[in-house]
Ligand binder design. Structure first.
Ligand code: BEZ
Length: 252
C-alpha cells in the first residue's frame, strides 16, 4: 500500500469495540485445525491474540505474527509470543507443524508470495488451515461504496483492496505453491454487526472515506443509507454479507 489514503491503520481499541465477532465466529476453522498439544503453530495475522491464546490454551506452542504494533501490544498483554512480521516478508524455514490464519489472507494481494513463504515455514506434511473472505464477500457493501465514489468523483477502487478468490483459484495457487488441498469451500456466513454498518465501515474501510476530506462523514452516511434496506432489519440490527473461504492444505 502506498499513499495515506490507502493505508489501513489498526487500533486495538477500535478492533475490540467493533470486531470482536471476528474471533468469536472462528469455531469452524479452529475445528479444521484441531491443534494438538506440543505442535508448533504459526498464527499468521494474529491481531490482538484472541485466537492465538485459544491455541496456546490447547497446549500448542504458538508464535503469532502481525503487522500492527497496536494489536501486537494487546497480544503481548495476554502473555503471547508474538512478532511484528509480514507474511510477505517472513523467512521461517521448516519451523512449524501447522499454520493457522483467520480473517487475514484477503488483505494479502500477493497470494502466491504469501503461499511460498507459508510453504517454506512448514515441515513436510505440515498443514495450512485458513479462513478468510472468499468470492462474493461483502459484495453489497463494496457495491454501495463504489456507487458513492462514482457520485462524488472518488476512487472506487479504494472501496475494495481485498483478494476474494474462488476455491478453484485458491486451489490452483496452493498446488502451484507446493501444497496438496485436502478440503476447501465457500461458506456464506451472514454476520451480525454489533456496532452496525457505521462501526464496520470505520473499522475496516477508513481509507476509502478519508479521500473525501470534509465530506467523509456525509459520504459514509450515504453508504449506510444505501445499504439499510438490504442489510438492516426492522429492529435496527445490521448483518453483513460475509462469505468465508475455508481451506486445509498439506505441504508436499
Ligand atoms: C472479512 O473478514 O471478510 C473482512 C474483514 C474486514 C474487511 C473486509 C472483509
Amino acid at each position: 500500500m502506498s499513499s495515506l489514503a490507502e493505508k489501513q491503520i489498526w487500533s486495538a481499541d477500535t478492533y475490540e469495540r467493533n470486531a470482536r465477532f471476528v474471533a468469536d465466529l472462528a469455531g469452524d476453522v479452529l475445528a479444521w485445525l484441531s491443534p494438538q498439544p506440543g505442535e508448533r503453530i504459526l498464527d499468521v495475522g494474529c491481531g490482538d491474540g484472541a485466537l492465538t491464546a485459544r491455541l496456546a490454551d490447547l497446549g500448542a506452542n504458538v508464535v503469532g505474527i502481525d503487522a500492527s504494533e497496536s494489536l501486537l501490544e494487546a497480544a503481548r498483554a495476554r502473555g503471547l509470543d508474538v512478532v511484528r512480521q509480514d507474511v510477505l516478508a517472513m523467512d521461517y524455514s521448516g519451523s512449524f507443524d501447522a499454520i493457522f490464519s483467520n480473517a487475514v489472507l484477503h488483505w494479502v494481494t500477493e497470494p502466491a508470495r504469501a503461499i511460498a513463504n507459508m510453504r517454506r515455514a512448514l515441515t513436510p506434511n505440515g498443514r495450512l488451515v485458513a479462513e478468510f473472505g472468499g468470492h462474493g464477500n461483502v459484495a453489497a457493501i463494496v457495491t454501495a461504496m463504489r456507487a458513492a465514489a462514482h457520485r462524488h468523483g472518488g476512487d472506487a477502487d479504494l472501496a475494495a483492496p481485498w483478494f476474494y478468490p474462488t476455491p478453484e483459484e485458491y486451489s490452483g495457487l496452493l498446488r502451484d505453491g507446493g501444497f496438496k488441498v485436502r478440503r476447501i469451500g465457500l461458506y456464506p456466513r451472514p454476520t451480525a454487526l454489533p456496532t452496525g454498518m457505521q462501526g464496520w465501515l470505520e473499522t475496516f474501510r477508513a481509507p476509502f472515506f478519508r479521500q473525501f476530506g470534509d465530506q467523509a462523514d456525509a459520504v459514509k452516511a450515504e453508504v449506510v443509507a444505501l445499504l439499510k434496506p438490504s442489510l438492516c432489519d426492522k429492529a435496527g440490527n445490521w448483518t453483513a454479507d460475509y462469505v468465508r473461504l475455508r481451506v486445509e492444505a498439506v505441504a508436499v
